[in-house]
Write a protein of this length. Structure first.
Length: 286
């Protein structure tokens, strides 16, 4: 990582996420009413900022029939979800990728599929990038959009922080080592990437396709770039055509039971298919 990279601190204010309101790198508190608060049981869910908005809405629906359960949804990345589940700091971890071979001690439950795409400001005339051009951008070999057929504007490289599954999948797909990347800004969640790209016409970053489609559909001035000639759409993910896709998982240290099991079963059921589709993810159930 270049020495001049800026690491964005967590932002604890509401940021638009399609039709939802989420907290960047913050806490989603889905609580019981004040009258039930004292008697409420509590589920702690931590991890992926991609999964968090979906899990938050699923938790709201769960609590409609379980008012005695409070669900605290906290972001921090897939790495945190894995670590907290293993250490018993969370009842459920959120992980926006498949489990690795050395994570076989955990129990994983897929709830949707998503992809990872590059985004730029809508005013950027560059319509697509080859894989080699992306590698050149992220290794600092190309520093101006003019070198890629765009305007003479410096490229601002946005990279995800370590511990984020989006980071891992991106560098793996482009065959980059972490030390190869020359980032100007290092971020945590998708919302920070959107904010930076909107504010900077020369910025480029990579995010969840579902989140990006939701934001673009709501009028955010961003553009999703195709990858390997495939348009960055939820439909391309559904058809298995998009080059970088992943399963969004909930993980537990032990076989889930009680409220944790109930919440996971709801998250994997047709009863929340509408929530999955509203957030532009691909349902795993018909």
């Amino acid at each position: 990582m270049a020495g001049h990279a800026i690491v964005l601190a967590p932002v604890y204010r509401p940021v638009a996420m399609g039709h939802l309101r989420v907290l960047c790198s913050g806490l989603f508190l889905i609580g019981a009413s004040m009258g039930h608060a004292a008697a409420a049981s509590r589920l702690v869910v931590t991890g992926s900022s991609t999964v968090a908005p979906l899990l938050t809405e699923i938790a709201r629906r769960y609590q409609a029939s379980h008012p005695d359960v409070r669900v605290d949804v906290q972001t921090g990345g897939s790495g945190r979800g894995i670590g907290d589940a293993r250490q018993g700091l969370a009842d459920i971890g959120m992980v926006s990728r498949e489990l690795k071979p050395d994570e076989g001690d955990l129990h994983a439950f897929g709830i949707a599929r998503d992809g990872i795409c590059l985004i730029v400001n809508r005013v950027n005339p560059v319509a697509s990038l080859t894989d080699e051009q992306v590698r050149a951008i992220y290794t600092g070999k190309v520093s101006s959009w003019a070198q890629l057929g765009g305007n003479p504007v410096p490229i601002t490289v946005i990279h995800k922080a370590e511990g984020r599954s989006t980071n891992e999948l991106f560098v793996s797909y482009f065959k980059l080592k972490p030390t190869d990347v020359r980032a100007h800004i290092v971020i945590g969640d998708n919302a920070q990437a959107f904010k930076t790209v909107v504010a900077n016409p020369g910025a480029v970053g990579y995010v969840s396709i579902g989140a990006a489609e939701s934001e673009a559909g709501a009028g955010m001035p961003i553009k999703l770039l195709p990858m390997s000639g495939v348009a960055a759409t939820t439909e391309a993910v559904r058809l298995g055509k998009f080059p970088i896709s992943r399963t969004l998982n909930l993980v537990t240290r032990k076989p889930p039971e009680g409220a944790a099991l109930d919440l996971i079963e709801l998250a994997r059921s047709p009863a929340v298919r509408d929530l999955v589709e509203d957030l532009r993810f691909v349902p795993l159930v018909r």
